[in-house]
Design a protein around this ligand. Structure first.
Ligand SMILES: Cc1cc2nc3c(=O)[nH]c(=O)nc-3n(C[C@H](O)[C@H](O)[C@H](O)COP(=O)(O)O)c2cc1C
Length: 187
């Protein structure tokens, strides 16, 4: 297994919106309570060994990650039948140079999500005029930016599974400074 091939696909998936790895599943553990949700892959930095997603600082996952920054990420490509599982250490960025850079690159269509009045997951009256997503109003920029968070997920291990007729293949890639080592394991 050439681990660089996996890294290349991840890099490509950041900007390729149709790629199955453009979305991933993020698993958290709040004490003994596991939870999962899908998030969009917004960045991949091989030097920092980081996978990045964006979220609302008010969302429940933020409180969970503050209590327990250990999380896990799952990617699956049903065409290439390739699965990645990564245990990660998360770092929350809020109103720092990382969020500033990302916010500048965020399109108005995506910025709208951070301008909603009510924190994600809170009960809201229905019908709720505050909750309709209309045109992006630049006057909302500062308020929306205040809700914007960038989560950097650092990884040092990847479990790679390739489904295959005639025998699945599986590898464990581990970072041992200064390089990745890959061993073949039973699928
Ligand atoms: C395809 C898809 C992509 C999503 N992307 C994101 C994302 O990038 N960031 C995010 O916070 N939520 C995203 N969501 C919503 C989350 O899955 C989740 O419902 C929301 O963030 C609330 O999660 P929480 O209650 O664990 O905080 C996405 C959902 C779907 C179905």
């Amino acid at each position: 297994m050439d681990i660089n091939k996996v890294f290349h696909i991840l890099e490509h998936a950041v900007t390729k919106r149709q790629h199955p790895w453009h979305e991933m599943v993020l698993a958290t553990a709040d004490g003994t309570i596991p939870d999962l949700r899908r998030v969009v892959l917004r960045g991949f930095d091989l030097d920092k060994r980081e996978i990045v997603f964006h979220t609302d600082i008010r969302s429940p996952k933020i409180s969970i990650l503050r209590r327990n920054p250990r999380a896990a990420i799952l990617f699956y490509d049903p065409i290439d039948k390739l699965q990645l599982r990564l245990p990660v250490d998360t770092r929350i960025h809020h109103q720092d140079e990382v969020t500033e850079r990302s916010w500048q690159k965020t399109r108005p269509f995506s910025k709208i999500c951070y301008a909603v009045a009510h924190p994600p997951g809170t009960p809201i009256p229905e019908p709720n005029p505050d909750n309709t997503v209309g045109e992006w109003d630049p006057a909302d920029d500062a308020r929306a930016y205040g809700n914007f968070a960038v989560i950097a997920c650092q990884f040092a291990m990847i479990d790679i599974l390739q489904l295959q007729h005639g025998g699945h293949q599986r590898w464990r890639a581990e970072w041992h400074t200064p390089k990745w080592t890959v061993e073949t394991i039973q699928a």
